[in-house]
Write a protein that binds this ligand. Structure first.
Ligand code: PSU
Ligand code: MN
Length: 304
């Protein structure tokens, strides 16, 4: 196993010293945001995690290695290469490593690699889920299966309405994944603080989240936990505004015949365009907020 993994010095040091670590994904950099905001956001996420007394571990596949913790140059490379780098979910990992194909890792691949490295907390923006129309397309993100399999806490801002939020929750229920609202009863809808759906459990402190995770591990209840952390009020978008942009983006996507792994990046980009950049600002702020909450949870896990 060791031959495949490469740690940054900062992460390695944190592991020796038992300093809490927070994992970060890299598809959000290459496919989730435009350059240069993607690189600025990635670097600032790392800084927020450090400011909270933790160490960031941004994960990607570079030169045939599963990299845990990236340099600023590597973050620049991912951001500048953008859509040209391979979006890597669980199914792509072995092929990319064997063929030394660089890959930006999605939530599923990042969870898998985090668990290999013994990292239990991961901050992202939004997870993939059951897409609208999945009854006929079967487009269901590998992120959901990963949550069912892999013991990592994922801090997200809920599910966005490019997905079918109701079906996504049903899928997670079937797979035994608990959806926990951090200081909220309602599932946030990514760009806005509320959706029409409730979370399974509301938990108000990082300590209680950490203790539920600890019990889950002690019971050998396999699988991750999804923490839904609403975007701060100040940056929340009006539901009507964002829903209209998403509906229009989906219509254009269908006209263009875009499918499969291109779906999520296309919709995110189109929504930024249709909202004249407002959705990007909200996206960036909600990721920062998730980095903060993930840091609080990671610290509690170490002290329990
Ligand atoms: N949602 C976002 N930004 C992102 C993604 C989702 O707001 O960058 C990325 C994540 O990496 C997620 C992936 O794991 O898209 C899901 O892709 P798919 O729907 O193809 O499984
Ligand atoms: Mn998909």
């Amino acid at each position: 196993m060791k031959q495949f993994i490469e740690y940054s010095n900062e992460v390695q040091h944190a592991m020796y010293r038992n300093i809490p670590i927070v994992a970060l994904e890299s598809t959000i950099i290459s496919h989730g945001m435009p350059y240069p905001q993607n690189v600025e956001t990635a670097k600032h996420c790392e800084q927020i995690i450090r400011d909270h007394g933790c160490v960031p571990a941004t994960i990607a596949i570079l030169n045939g290695k599963l990299k845990i913790g990236l340099s600023n140059e590597e973050l620049d490379y991912l951001g500048k290469t953008g859509l040209k780098i391979t979006k890597t979910s669980r199914r792509d990992i072995a092929y990319n490593v064997a063929n030394k194909i660089d890959g930006a890792t999605t939530v599923s691949a990042t969870m898998f690699i985090s668990a290999l490295a013994g990292i239990s907390v991961f901050a992202t923006g939004g997870i993939g889920g059951v897409h609208r129309g999945a009854e006929s397309t079967m487009d269901i993100s590998a992120d959901l299966e990963e949550l069912a399999e892999t013991n990592v806490i994922v801090v997200s801002a809920g599910a966005k309405s490019i997905l079918d939020i109701g079906l996504t929750l049903e899928y997670l229920e079937t797979k035994g994944v608990e959806v926990i609202g951090y200081q909220t009863d309602m599932l946030p809808a990514f760009y806005s603080r509320e959706s029409d759906f409730k979370v399974n459990f509301r938990i108000d402190t990082a300590r209680e989240i950490a203790s539920v995770f600890q019990v889950k591990q002690a019971l050998k209840l396999r699988g991750g936990m999804l923490i839904a952390n609403p975007v701060p009020e100040k940056f929340s978008m009006k539901k009507e505004v964002i829903d209209e942009a998403i509906n229009n983006a989906i219509i254009e996507m269908e006209e263009l015949g875009i499918k499969g792994k291109e779906t999520t990046p296309y919709l995110l980009g189109k929504v930024v365009e249709l909202t004249k950049g407002k959705s990007l600002e909200t996206n960036i702020e909600l990721v920062y907020n998730n980095c903060k909450v993930a840091s609080l949870i990671s610290k509690q896990l170490i002290s329990l």
